[in-house]
Design a protein around this ligand. Structure first.
Ligand SMILES: Cc1cc2nc3c(=O)[nH]c(=O)nc-3n(C[C@H](O)[C@H](O)[C@H](O)COP(=O)(O)OP(=O)(O)OC[C@H]3O[C@@H](n4cnc5c(N)ncnc54)[C@H](O)[C@@H]3O)c2cc1C
Length: 344
């Protein structure tokens, strides 16, 4: 047990552990970049998150045929078969409470649905700040927690009339200087002038997503979460140029602008409005803090009987696999509580 605790290397960051084993700066940059996919800087994240690189490189990654949306589509089909009533397009404005327990939810249409338990998949901080606004639990949560939003990002969705033979399904085009890049994203709160780009070319695994000889690209560049004064409608054209220049310069994708036949994009503002996350954060809450940074708000809430949290800003954290686990843990906790007579 003590050996396990010591192996967590508490008090040290991902970057310091990786760099103490791997002095070659380009290889260490590649290895500690994995923490970006939980929206956090490797220089500020606890060493236990080195496990992300281990899991992805040793155990591999999955591609759902049909893209990521195939996962929620399959889940909603299964839920429908089990008799679950799913109401999309229904905003929840409030979680109703009384006597230390939840008692229902109120929709934007003014309907109050009475219930003994609520599993909130809304961002954890926004659940307390907005859906529970004005309650003692909301005030206490704000006072006792200092959660920081994870980073955000810009996505370019490009349909190209040609292919670049050097591309694999998953590609990374790294910045020259990761310290400078993370300083911009996490400290200065400005988009990095020389960013790292994740370039996904899914036609390599699923040819149906692009016509023959063409390419459908998903390009993700991490940016700071939304800060006051960020106006992405004005910032996007300039940053799109930064990204396309980077791909031409570092990934050998010359002529990419001329090859674009269809284009769409997502900015931190778009992410914020579409998914209603905290300040446009892609991955819930940052994992910053060398001792406890990896801990997220627990799924079963001790402060409010009947409230459970699930999603990227709840335990165990962000990203599709962990979010699915989060829903599973929340559902299991509720199931245990029902079985143990806590709702009797
Ligand atoms: C651009 C981008 C790229 C990503 N890339 C990857 C990746 O490659 N791999 C990976 O594993 N993860 C990736 N992620 C992260 C992953 O998508 C998230 O961690 C995950 O979707 C979070 O799941 P969730 O259920 O918490 O939230 P969401 O998927 O955002 O679902 C929450 C839903 O609740 C709705 N909602 C919120 N509040 C209310 C309310 N009050 N009433 C009604 N509805 C409400 C929202 O509109 C939203 O539809 C990416 C995220 C983004 C934005």
């Amino acid at each position: 047990m003590l050996k396990d605790v010591l192996s967590l290397k508490m008090g040290r960051s991902v970057a310091s552990i990786v760099r103490s084993h791997v002095p070659e700066h380009r290889v260490s940059q590649m290895m500690d970049h994995f923490t970006q996919y939980v929206g956090s800087s490797p220089y500020a994240s606890p060493a236990v998150l080195c496990s992300i690189a281990h899991m992805q490189t040793e155990e591999g990654i999955w591609y759902p045929i049909g893209g990521t949306r195939a996962v929620p589509e399959a889940l909603s089909k299964l839920a429908g078969e089990l008799g679950v009533d799913i109401r999309t397009g229904t905003d929840i404005l409030r979680i109703e409470t009384g006597g230390g327990s939840v008692s229902g939810v109120t929709t934007a249409g003014g309907e109050t649905i009475a219930c003994d338990a609520v599993v909130s998949n809304c961002d954890a901080v926004r659940t307390y700040r907005e859906l529970l606004s004005g309650t003692p639990e909301s005030t206490k949560f704000e006072k006792s927690n200092r959660y920081e939003a994870a980073c955000s990002g810009v996505v370019l969705y490009l349909g190209l009339n040609r292919r670049y033979e050097q591309l694999l399904h998953h590609n990374f085009v790294f910045s020259k200087d990761p310290e400078e890049e993370f300083d911009y994203i996490y400290k200065k709160g400005q988009p990095a002038p020389d960013p790292t780009a994740y370039v996904c070319a899914p036609a390599i695994s699923e040819p149906e997503v692009a016509p023959d000889g063409c390419e459908s690209l998903y390009i993700l560049v991490h940016t700071p979460y939304l800060r006051p004064g960020h106006d992405w409608k004005a910032m996007l054209p300039g940053y799109r140029d930064v990204i396309l220049d980077k791909l031409e310069r570092t990934a050998g994708m010359e002529g990419i602008r001329d090859a674009i036949v269809t284009e769409n994009s997502l900015t931190p503002e778009g992410i914020h409005n579409r998914y209603r996350v905290l300040n446009g954060a892609i991955y819930g809450l940052a994992s910053h803090g060398k001792f406890t940074g990896a801990f997220k708000p627990g799924n079963r809430r001790k402060d409010l009987h009947g409230l459970y949290l699930a999603g990227g800003a709840a335990h165990p954290g962000p990203g599709m696999p962990m979010v699915l686990m989060s829903g599973w843990i929340a559902a299991d906790s509720l199931d245990q509580d029902v079985t143990n007579g806590k709702f009797a």
